[in-house]
Design a protein around this ligand. Structure first.
Ligand code: 13P
Ligand code: ZN
Length: 274
């Protein structure tokens, strides 16, 4: 059996959490990540018959029965994942009842998975229906994205449009736009259901005045989506703070980019005023 601490998926979690922390997006225990793993891959490192603990999830994830995830722990600091992965991360498998998580490794201090597990697993279920390659769900509190939430309408079309206008390549990175939820109580099934509903159409979902979700086939895709939104939000905040914006990328310009990159199918044209 290979040493789990050398597993590429543990390495991916360490790198992602460290990068997110250093970007200033994940203060204290802010943010969480779940990454769906292949059974054969995990079997190289762990005895899959050895369930350390059973932890109820409080919701039905029947679609994910038997699926294995590496997930950040609740209350755990992203900055500590790289130094103590076994305490700050856990590997869980969804049990046959669909409502229990079988702990296969981690949460070594008796902890458990993120309080946002409903939003994560429900988002995995929603995205896998649209994109069978999806593996990662990432939640974060990026600074400028949140600052922008305070001064910009929390409207899907308007927020997407403003971000697209900020830098030329935004519309290439997220042509389908961004889903937006109003402020809601977090950590429960209700916000999980609302997030998953948005995930049918979007790979990015803003939680009003809280943070953002990004998904993808790997860590880079989820991280890159959030990073691009955050860059655009930073530009918006800087340009707005100057008090005068005299130039913009027009909707005609944006559509020309869409055509250049052949994104007509993916692009939410109704979010443009053409
Ligand atoms: P957890 O520590 O439970 O992952 O919660 C952090 C967070 O960002 C809640 O939205
Ligand atoms: Zn959060």
């Amino acid at each position: 059996m290979k040493d789990i601490l050398t597993a590429p998926f543990v390495e991916d979690m360490k790198r992602a959490t460290a990068n997110m922390y250093r970007q200033g997006w994940d203060e204290r225990n802010g943010g969480n990540i779940s990454f769906m793993l292949e059974e054969e891959q995990v079997a190289e490192y762990l005895d899959l018959n050895n369930v350390i603990r059973e932890i109820p999830t409080g919701f039905d994830a029947t679609d994910l029965i038997g699926k294995i995830f590496i997930v950040t722990g609740t209350g755990k600091y992203f900055k500590n994942v790289e130094v103590a992965p076994e305490t700050n991360l856990g590997i869980i498998r969804i049990a046959k009842d669909g409502t229990t998580a079988e702990l296969l490794w981690g949460y070594a201090d008796g902890g458990k998975f993120t309080s946002e597990l409903p939003a994560h697993l429900m988002s995995h279920m929603a995205r896998l229906k649209v994109d069978p390659q999806n593996r990662v769900v990432m939640h974060s509190h990026p600074t400028y994205t949140l600052a922008m939430n305070h001064i910009h309408e929390l409207d899907e079309q308007k927020l997407t449009h403003t971000l697209w206008e900020m830098c030329t390549e935004c519309i290439v990175v997220f042509p389908e736009g961004i889903g937006v939820l109003p402020w809601m109580v977090c950590g429960n099934n209700e916000i999980g259901i609302a997030t998953a509903e948005k995930m049918k159409d979007f790979r990015l979902v803003i939680w009003g005045l809280h943070g953002i979700y990004g998904v993808g086939k790997d860590m880079d895709e989820a991280f890159g989506l959030i990073e691009t939104v955050e860059k655009a939000a930073q530009l918006y905040m800087l340009a707005t703070a100057s008090g005068k914006r005299i130039n913009t990328i027009t909707d005609e310009n944006l559509w020309a980019i869409v055509e250049r990159f052949s994104l007509q199918e993916q692009c939410r044209k109704d979010f443009l005023n053409l």
